[in-house]
Design a protein around this ligand. Structure first.
Ligand code: S3P
Length: 432
């Protein structure tokens, strides 16, 4: 499929939106529920394609998971070490989180042989970053280019604990090793250069497996046991940021976003938008299932440039494409640095953002580790491409709100990876 979507500028985005469930938390709720003893209830799960991939792979290893269409999803846990050997190749689709975290889970399960694959994008993404530390733990993993790329074959075996000092701040790397460590005998530690999202740490504790955290080092003690829980998934801040930027740059807008996850390891984009002069108010802050949550009111504002770098990067890693759209509407030059990780996401997002926003007429250039964007140029609607990347698709759709003429978006459908119903919400916010 390669849908062409025709989009035009709007004014006055108004209304109340509940963004879909957090993708990272939804994946983990499924996986931890599968590895726990008892039945886990998940409320507010993201019915996105990535999470469906996780559920499907777990089902193929003998985990009972009810339909996502029901108000609550039930996961019948098999206990750590209880996964059944699948009869077929497991397909992670577009989902890096599925593949990387499940490599950690499956490599530590003796008796289990699994072959993992994914779509074209995922088979191009680096897996050596988890395979190599897992191999240090004794994992038996084979794959293309010495285990750097999927398809990957895993022969589960007993692992030994390690202290891994990761060269990248990556929650997927950290989580893969911690999950492998749950079955290793002793303490498994992961240190990272900056703290990445900590949903794994929070949810492991909630499932009864204590996690020690000192600075940017986390540790689990194996062998562990997980006990089934009820997980209430908050709205995904990475999805909410599309609306925060949309309302900020579209005149006469006033939106209320309900039930947004506000975990401090994820709120970098809120800080950046605040520094850019966005009018965002947090209402009713609360805690739900160990995760901070709140409602966000956003109104149109004149934005100004900022610098995004250093420890902020892992706290807004998925939001850089949409923050780049905001920067095209800001006064001054916004600089993004230290963001080379974007080159190995669902697309090379530095290249993709520079090219696609450049095609709309933005003053934007690509740096080896970032972007430089000077705001103020009027964007012109032309045909642009998602490049099969969900966050590119939605960022370009938001850019259409301020384009002269019609923006034609090719490959719009991939938004369903993380945000089913995105375009419908966009249409409903400001009817033509
Ligand atoms: C995720 C971690 C991040 C993020 C991805 C989801 C997770 O990836 O980009 O969308 O759920 O752990 P990295 O760990 O590779 O930075």
């Amino acid at each position: 499929m390669n849908d062409l979507l025709h989009l035009r500028a709007k004014t006055g985005l108004r209304g109340t939106i509940t963004v879909p469930g957090d993708k990272s938390i939804s994946h983990r709720a499924l996986m931890f529920g599968a590895l726990a003893e008892g039945t886990t209830r998940i409320l507010g799960i993201l019915p996105g394609e990535d999470c469906l991939s996780t559920a499907q792979c777990l089902r193929q290893m003998g985990v009972g998971i009810t339909a996502f269409s029901e108000p609550e999803v039930l996961v019948t846990g098999v206990g750590l070490g209880g996964l059944r050997e699948p009869q077929e190749v497991l397909d992670s689709g577009n989902s890096g989180t599925t593949l990387r975290l499940m490599l950690g889970v499956t490599s530590s399960q003796p008796e289990l042989y699994v072959t993992w694959t994914g779509d074209d994008s995922l088979r191009r993404r680096p897996m050596g970053r988890v395979v190599q530390p897992l191999q240090q733990m004794g994992a038996r993993i084979w794959g293309r280019q010495g285990g750097k790329f999927a398809p990957l074959a895993v022969q589960g075996t007993a692992l030994k604990p390690i202290h891994y000092v990761s060269p990248v701040a990556s929650a997927q790397v950290k989580s893969a090793i911690l999950l492998a460590g749950l079955l290793a005998d002793g303490e498994t530690l992961v240190s990272e250069p900056h703290t990445s999202r900590d949903h794994t740490e929070r949810m492991l504790s909630a499932f009864g497996c204590p996690v020690a955290v000192v600075g940017s080092t986390v540790a689990v003690q194996g062998p562990a046991r997980l006990t089934a829980q009820t997980v209430v998934v908050p709205g995904d801040i990475s999805s909410a940021v599309f609306w925060l930027v949309a309302a900020s740059i579209t005149p006469e807008s006033d939106l209320m976003l309900l039930n947004v996850g506000l975990n401090p390891t994820r709120t970098g984009a809120l800080e950046v938008l605040g520094a850019m002069g966005a009018d965002i108010e947090m209402v009713n802050p609360r805690e739900v299932c160990g995760e901070p949550v709140g409602d966000l009111r956003v109104r149109s504002a004149q934005l100004h440039a900022t610098t995004i770098d250093g420890a902020l990067i892992p706290r807004l890693i998925d939001e850089i494409p949409i923050l780049a759209v905001a920067a095209t509407q800001a006064t001054g030059t916004t600089v993004v640095r230290d963001a080379q990780e974007l080159r190995v996401k669902e697309s090379d997002r530095l290249w993709a953002v520079a090219n696609q926003l450049g095609a709309l007429g933005a003053d934007i250039s690509e740096r080896p580790d970032g972007l430089e964007i000077t705001g103020g140029r009027r964007l012109t609607g032309v045909q642009v491409q998602s490049l099969g990347d969900h966050r590119m698709a939605m960022s370009l759709a938001v850019a259409s709100l301020v384009c002269t003429g019609e923006l034609i978006l090719e490959g719009a459908e991939c938004a369903a990876v993380s945000y089913p119903g995105f375009y419908e919400t966009l249409r409903n916010l400001a009817p033509e």
